[in-house]
Ligand binder design. Structure first.
Ligand code: ATR
Length: 286
């Protein structure tokens, strides 16, 4: 723990639940290593109290805060400025307090892209298939489009939710072609044939459904496909095992989690998160 003094400034995470968040240890370890006079705290915010919590951050002159589920969209009403990418994505996970002016950013999609780049995966001018159409899918899909993916296909159980994302991309990032399809193995097989990356953003494969995968017939995969899952607990989902068995390179969700934090850290402090903290987080319970 870095030592807290009379001049230490607060940075926080607001959400519900927040008890299991890995962000406090990641940021406090970084502050300590770099001798920065900040302290990071998690606050559980009840429904209907988001505006009050944000006012409190302003009153307390917090340097900034993360905002997590379920308030990433609601928070936008209470900010003074929202950066372009967060506006297109339609949600904010990081806020900077610049002398009383609150500026919102979204580092989730950027965190995913950074994790991909760290793995050496080239996605520019490539086709990407994303399964699921929730908030995480939206942040990832928009960021990949902004960073010049050629084509993005969103496959989802509820087609309307997929269409919301492909419409956002086609309207705001017309250079990337976005389409939505219903989640169906025959259709997925067709789309995956000439795709470079497959990303699972659904919760299928998490603890409660650990023996399940979004894909039943692994023949629809091919070995040149890079397969990513945004789940990090367990670190190897059934989908990633299936993919590895047929020779695909894979990535779990730990990188996205760590790099969204590292990008937020840079927004608040202007300094890169120490490599050693990033490494420790990425290696955790490997
Ligand atoms: P987040 O905001 O964290 O991305 P979310 O909003 O709950 O999470 O989104 C989860 C996505 O996973 C949704 O697109 C959901 O499909 P629907 O849009 O049809 O609700 C998808 N999903 C969750 N459980 C699923 C399941 N058992 N089968 C197929 N899709 C599932």
């Amino acid at each position: 723990m870095n030592s807290i003094s009379g001049s230490t400034r607060l940075i926080s995470i607001l959400g519900n639940p927040v008890k299991h968040s890995k962000s406090p240890s990641m940021h406090n370890n970084s502050f300590e290593k770099l001798h920065l006079d900040f302290a990071y705290m998690a606050f559980e915010i009840e429904a209907g109290k988001v505006e009050k919590a944000i006012e409190a951050m302003k009153t307390l002159k917090a340097k900034g805060f993360n905002i997590t589920m379920p308030y990433k969209e609601e928070v936008m009403e209470f900010l003074d400025e929202i950066d372009r990418e967060a506006r297109i994505i339609g949600s904010v996970n990081t806020v900077l307090n610049e002398g009383g002016k609150l500026i919102g950013y979204n580092t989730d999609g950027k965190g995913f892209v950074k994790a991909l780049e760290e793995k050496g995966v080239v996605f520019k001018d490539k086709k990407i298939v994303i399964i699921g159409a929730g908030g995480a899918a939206r942040a990832i899909a928009v960021q990949l489009a902004l960073d010049t993916a050629k084509e993005i296909v969103i496959a989802n159980r509820t087609i309307e939710n997929a269409k919301t994302i492909s419409d956002i991309i086609n309207k705001n990032v017309p250079k990337t072609k976005a389409r939505s399809i219903i989640l169906d193995e025959e259709k997925l097989k067709e789309e995956l044939r000439d795709a470079k990356i497959l990303i699972n953003t659904t919760s299928i494969g998490m603890k409660e459904t650990i023996d399940k995968s979004v894909i039943e017939n692994t023949k629809i995969l091919h070995k040149d496909l890079f397969v990513a899952d945004i789940i990090y607990d367990p670190q190897k989902t059934k989908l990633l095992s299936q993919a590895e068995n047929i020779g695909c390179k894979t990535m779990n969700g730990l990188g996205m989690l760590v790099y969204q934090g590292a990008i937020a850290f840079k927004i608040w402090t202007g300094i890169d998160m120490p490599e050693s903290v990033i490494e420790d987080m990425l290696c955790e319970s490997r």
